[in-house]
Design a protein. Sequence first.
Lengths: 382, 398
Amino acid sequence: MDLNLSDEQRLLRESAERFVAESYDADHRRKTANDPLGFSPAVWKQFAELGWLALPIAEEFDGLGGGSIEIGILMEAFGRGMVSEPYVATVVLGAALIERCGSTAQKQASLPKIADGSMKLAFAHSERAARFDLAEVATSATKTAQGWRLSGSKIAVLDGHAADEIIVSAHLHDHQGPSGRIGLFLVSATASELSISDYPRLGGGRACNIELSDVQLPADALLGDGKDALPAIEWAVDRAMAALGAEAVGIMQTLLDTTLEYTKIRRQFGRPLSANQVIRHRLADMAIQVDEARSMALRAALKADSAPVERARAASAAKAKIGRCARFVGEQSIQLHGGMGVTEELEVGAYFKRLVAFDTLFGGSAHHYARHAQLGRTTVSA
Amino acid sequence: MDLSFNAEERAFQSEVRSFIAKNLTEEMKRATALTPSVFSDPDIGMAWQRALHSRGWGAPGWPVEYGGPDWTPAQRWIFESECARAGVPNVNVMGVKMVGPVIIGFGSPEQKNFYLPRILSGEDYWCQGYSEPGSGSDLSSLKTRAVRDGDDYIINGTKIWTTHAHHANRMFALVRTSDGPRQQDGISFILIDMKTPGITTRPILTIGGDHEVNQVFFDDVRVPVANRVGDEGKGWTYGKYLLEFERGSGIASAKLREGLRAIAELAESDLTGRAIDSPDIATRISEVEVDIDALEMTELRVLSALQAGQNPGAVSSILKLRNSEIRQAVTRLGVDVIGHDALAVEPMRPLYKLNHEPALPEDMLTVVPEYLNGRAYTIFGGTSEIQRDIIAKMMLGI
């Protein structure tokens, strides 16, 4: 039992925090927020040089073989500065799905390129009718003489507009119809039967909806051998939720620090706001919730490689709890900034919006408490 | 980083488990499960203390030269967690975890030689004389006065919320020996034999139906000056040191988990008409479980820092507050899980020695009293409001 950072992990944290503090100021954030790309290719190149894109990729594919703890360290630092580069889409989800499901040839074709920064990915899975149910996929993949034909609609695809390749989930159909298995397909973002409509994402970055109208794919576009990809999708999303939870902790910490500073400086009734017990107690509650969130993100990361039920319960526990803490800390940060908190003149609102986006992604607190309860009862009766 | 314990720690864990299996009798276990108040009655608690002492585990937090077992922080965590899981009785916390460390830290050699072995063996049973009717959260405004008369102090005043004063043969108390410029000045830390003439104890019944706390009156009570711990007028420092021990014991999640497990089992049983089939109840069980997960991780983070010789910092002040709030959430959930059966009151105590058939099955008997008594968790040892003041000051610097 040891939850202290190793020397390497401490160095990673220091370099990530330093990078964010030096390169990510309010000006930078404003510029990228108004940029049609939503992030900076120059920063992405620096990520590659710093080894962060290679971080979780296996060494045999030019990666560094890091794990969820290292990803969490990086993501928390990203949260401090509200980094908007497509790290989760490309590395945390994309690279992980290829590494888990792909053939050796598929891995060799993409993982080294992800690691060196020359390939960006996105994961197109969510559909409107499914809400947050990962198992519900209506997009279909029908076997053809040449390979596969994909049709359907995907929503809320993180950073799909910037991706070179999009991993699309689809229900596999054979001669008898739906097989009950989900497959993952690597689709080139430039495929002509693909229609991508992107929009600015709440809290920074971009997302898109994707229409697939009879997209023709070669046989080797299917990742792996066609066995059901649902367990891999759940695995990858659980890990992404742990990573996003760590990012939320960084965002919350910045909000707490900023709000604390403000209550010390802002004077009303002849004294600083922080002299009032009601304000001090509110800040104490915020600090407690930031710390609880930190514990839950770490816990989800530590259990990211546990058996599926334990991993999923830890991920849902983290997503649910951090979501609640995030809403509280975000909303109270605005409240304690008073009227200025609801303006675009301060950055409090931008950080808050990123937390709202976090809470919504992959399902909010209510969904994940329910999933947690469901998983628990399955274990008890099994 | 690693969440799992190493081979040595796992070996210790099985050592603790087999000790408990051998020494925890069914009677102790049942009595503990049927105790809705914070502390076990002495007949149960002290039997367990004697078993621990005979193994050399009577005072886990003490230095080895005074009879402590010389455990690492991880071993202490494992020990406390295994005890919670097995449902062992509460020992005399006021002796082992409160006055013991103060005597070790500030007592004279004579005091150490006399009192410490008697705490370990369970011969002495201690109560804590801190709060007064006019001094709750504002403890240092206390008025109980000790006036020097030759080799004695003469004590007059009253203490309140004194847990188990009706069982204790000794009290450690904060008394005023002089009036300083600040109200924290002039307070002394003194050890009192409860059989001294002039001491009377009045029981206070709490809303859960238990007699656990008392008011104690002092009328011209003579206590030797030799019973003062440390310097005259420095009692506030010693008392605060103790309160930090009381708050920062930092190992609460296992007990909370055990409490939630009992409630979840009730929810899954036909006794409650399977309350768990209501999505609302199932989700609330998860909400509380997740809060316990978060507390446990914070405990383990503190523990890891201690193991590495680092100062965990102000994070530990969060532990008392969250433990008390989560305990209340567990007991609140319990009341909702048993539904209609929450209407039945069993006024007799102790619940493990009833001489009639109770209105409720044994598994449900403590649910409502635990909820009612549990309101005290956010009040004793520094109210939640005081805890938030401390967090604001220590963690946030405001």
